[in-house]
Design a protein around this ligand. Structure first.
Ligand SMILES: *Cc1c(COP(=O)(O)O)cnc(C)c1O
Length: 813
């Protein structure tokens, strides 16, 4: 892209106030933190939830940025840069993208649906990249901001576009359609629930279908409800597991893969995909439909579908040898994903020294010389300490790059590799699939057979945003990170949440709050069960107490007086029916008297807790609690003439009683991916996966007993795998003796015999597996909810019961 000022003025319909009329624009940015080429950057100052782009303009001018799209020019910036003044900068960004898009005529595929958009996009990129120079949305850029930014990434070398479009309410899709202007439309799956932003499911579908208004073909699973709503003038290409669609697919499970019998008119053939779960199979079929539509031969389709890979294999963080951290990204190597991986490496500040192991870079549409000079400047701008290049092209093209070590092949690298060559550094292993960099990762990975609880940080953000989407934008959010973040790890989650700008964190005890402060968390923290003995420490660490009785209040005020504190924030708890902690109605007068004219403390919030927000039978009781809360808190507010934050809803409360959100809500279990309601759960993402590995496998003849107390006797020859995890890790004994199961290579392995303290045995007679293979104790399946139901407890108890000796590993996709 190289655009003149006059192009920008007309594309954004802006008024120009500038001092550099001869500037050329070659890229666009909205985030002050990730700018590349400053003098050619056009910065759109977007208003954000937390920060406004306008606030960064002065700072960016100092860094050399010259061009800004703004609604108003900051006072001290006048005459120091070029300003394009518009009424609405988001609209200007969209107008600009729409204008920019008109310059390209190659075919564009657009994907929408409730789930699977990103995976289908990534898979299509993988399937089609041998034949096209593809531009695709980075990550999940599918919003009103993400789509324009994706489109602006197009350049003259591309000849196919694949973009996602996501919407959260009505009147959004048309804007995205006008920007993307797709020729082929893809509808992945439409969730059964209707989202908050729509009055019903039909409205949601109708809005999504607006993406396809000018498409030549729409690819979708045959679904009468959807087809009824689709403009009949549009051409569809449908598939189904039954007869009646253009393509009929019959899946048959085959070990860890699924064979798909494909019948498309007279053309019948079988292709296999390396998945067994329903969602992956449907996404693979959607991708397959595109290949069929584009006229690919059966042979190529069979070959390429076999190479599909699970998305979660991207950007995994692993512990490496010699104290290293390994970032494993061994499935693709194009310029765009290299940039994403390098940004990720930069954010991952564990070690100062950073090494990149990089294969030949493909798929960009540039000449080798131009491409590698871009790669070189990308590496340079990310301050990489050394680069190991594997492949003939990269070895040649980056030969002059400082600290560059070339190898022709992966084998050559592995043959010359010394285990002590890497030490206390972060190593990004990034290569195209054909280079088999997974073998490098195996070498670099720390060799411990261990049990880990993997925590998906993206899923936490997704879940947070799900609950946010059900609340008014101004409602504050407090997240409960008590009990070690419901077992998921307190510091890492608190760090993520403070980055997400949640308003409060809630802990149970003062020492949990102190640990967070020591780790550098500055978000306000409420201590729910403060003990009098901890008051002084709380004041020292800026922790805010829940006040639940007059006695406690007196003690805290005495401390405040002694320490010379004034207006120390406190949170008054009312007991409206839980009967755990809090002031009852007949104690309000005393509370008000104590607080009246009291300058030592200040009532920051008044709150109560619902005992049964997840139990529909107790709706009346819950409404009664809310009513009492309303009345009592109002009485305090009126008597003291204060204006505190009011809050009563926990996770299920947010879901079932949004009308009672007041000024803040307290999110707990839902953040960790466990809703109490089935519908709610289906919209959350799994956060924790507890994994271990097979320690030993043995063949046992019929009639033998397994484990303590001979509770299981084999009635046929069986193959038994021993896993190094037991009840001391938090796995209930009641889950053993054939009640529970683990997942090994995608298959259920029943737990045989009694669970021991540190080990358990599972039946792998019909499962192909080896020692060292992974066993999933819980995650997507079995889920914590399923376990809790079978064990007659609640997910909270399972999650918080996972022993602290189980290592928590955090990752982002
Ligand atoms: C734990 C807790 C919450 C969060 O409850 P969830 O059901 O996990 O959302 C909210 N408020 C209080 C007072 C709590 O103790």
């Amino acid at each position: 892209m190289s655009l003149a000022i006059k192009n920008i003025i007309s594309a954004t319909s802006s008024r120009f106030e500038g001092i550099h009329p001869d500037c050329e624009i070659d890229n666009v940015a909205i985030d002050s933190r990730s700018l590349q080429n400053n003098s050619g950057t056009l910065f759109f100052a977007l208003p954000g939830q937390n920060r406004d782009g306008h606030d960064y303009i002065t700072q960016l001018i100092e860094k050399g940025v010259l061009n800004f799209v703004v609604t108003n020019i900051p006072e001290n910036a006048f005459g120091k840069a070029n300003f394009f003044v518009v009424e609405n900068t988001l609209k200007a960004l969209q107008d600009f993208a729409r204008w920019y898009r008109q310059h390209y005529t190659f075919p564009v595929i657009a994907i929408t649906g409730s789930c699977g958009k990103t995976i289908v996009k990534e898979w299509l990129n993988y399937l089609l990249s041998p034949d096209y120079n593809i531009i695709r949305s980075p990550k999940s850029y599918n919003s009103q901001v993400g789509v324009p930014l994706s489109i602006i990434g197009i350049n003259e070398k591309h000849n196919l576009g694949i973009f996602e479009a996501g919407i959260s309410t009505v009147n959004e899709m048309q804007k995205l359609e006008e920007i993307i202007r797709p020729e082929i439309g893809i509808l992945t799956n439409i969730g059964s629930a209707h989202d908050e932003g729509f009055t019903d499911r039909q409205e949601k579908i109708q809005e999504k279908l607006k993406l396809f208004e000018n498409c030549k073909t729409i690819i979708l699973k045959k679904d009468t409800e959807v087809l009824k709503l689709l403009n009949p003038g549009l051409k569809t290409f449908t598939w189904s597991f039954d007869d009646g669609a253009d393509v009929k697919i019959s899946p048959t499970p085959m070990g860890n893969a699924t064979a798909l019998d494909i019948s498309f008119g007279l053309n019948k053939f079988t292709a296999s995909v390396p998945f067994i779960d329903e969602a992956s199979i449907e996404n693979a079929i959607t991708s397959l439909m595109v290949l069929l539509h584009m006229g690919y031969s059966n042979e190529i389709i069979i070959e390429r579908l076999a190479g599909l890979y699970p998305m979660e294999l991207r950007l995994q963080v692993k512990n490496g040898i010699n104290g290293c951290t390994i970032i494993d990204d061994t499935y693709s190597s194009d310029y765009q994903s290299l940039k994403i991986a390098l940004d990720f490496l930069e954010q991952h500040k564990t070690h100062e020294k950073k090494t990149v192991i990089l294969s030949d870079v493909f798929q960009s549409g540039f000449e080798a010389g131009i491409l590698y000079s871009k790669v070189a400047s990308l590496l340079q701008s990310h301050n990489i300490s050394q680069v190991i290049g594997i492949g003939e092209t990269i070895s040649r093209e980056l030969a002059d790059f400082p600290n560059f070590y070339p190898y022709a092949t992966t084998q050559e690298f592995l043959a010359h590799y010394r285990a002590n060559a890497f030490d206390n550094e972060t190593v990004l292993v990034k290569g195209a699939r054909s280079f088999r960099f997974d073998e490098i990762v195996v070498f670099l990975e720390e060799k411990t057979h261990e049990t880990v609880l993997e925590i998906n940080l993206n899923a936490i953000v997704h879940n947070l945003n799900f609950y946010k989407s059900r609340l008014k934008p101004q409602t504050k959010i407090m997240v409960m990170v008590k009990a070690f973040g419901y077992g998921s790890g307190s510091y890492e989650i608190a760090k993520l949440l403070s980055h997400q700008k949640v308003d409060y964190l809630g802990v149970a005890f003062a020492d949990e709050g102190i640990a967070l402060r020591n780790a550098g968390i500055n978000t306000p923290i409420i201590v729910m069960n403060p003990e009098t003995s901890a008051f002084a420490a709380m004041a020292a660490y800026n922790l805010e107490p829940e006040i639940y009785s007059a006695k406690e209040l007196r003690a805290f005020v005495a401390l405040a007086q002694q320490k010379n504190l004034s207006d120390y924030p406190i949170h008054v708890k009312l007991d409206t029916g839980m009967h755990r902690l809090g002031f009852m109605e007949n104690q309000l007068e005393e509370l008000i008297d104590l607080l009246r004219n009291n300058n030592f403390v200040s009532v920051k919030s008044i709150f109560s807790h619902l005992s049964s927000s997840d139990v529909p039978e107790f709706r009346d009781f819950t409404l009664q609690q809310i009513e009492s809360f309303d009345r009592w808190s109002q009485r305090i507010i009126d008597a003291l003439e204060i204006n505190p934050i009011r809050h009563i809803l926990n996770t299920s409360g947010i879901y079932n009683y949004p009308q009672a959100q007041y000024d803040m809500v307290r999110l707990g279990i839902g953040l960790y991916g466990v809703g109490n309601d089935e519908q709610e759960r289906s919209q959350l993402e799994t956060v924790g996966t507890l994994k271990t590995v097979i320690l030993q496998i043995k063949d046992i003849v019929s009639g033998e007993s397994i484990g303590y107390s001979r509770r299981f006797i084999t009635n046929k020859p069986m193959r038994i795998a021993t896993l190094p995890i037991g009840y001391a890790d938090g796995i209930r004994r009641a889950w053993g003796n054939e009640k529970g199961y683990v997942l090994i290579n995608g298959k259920r392995a029943t737990i045989t015999g009694t669970i021991s303290m540190d080990m358990m045995m599972v039946d792998v007679t019909d499962i192909e597996c080896r020692e060292g293979d992974t066993a999933i104790i819980f995650g997507k399946s079995p889920s914590v909810v399923e376990m809790a139901q079978a064990l007659q407890t609640i997910p909270y108890e399972i999650l918080t019961g996972i022993s602290q000796r189980v290592k928590r590993v955090f990752y982002k996709e």
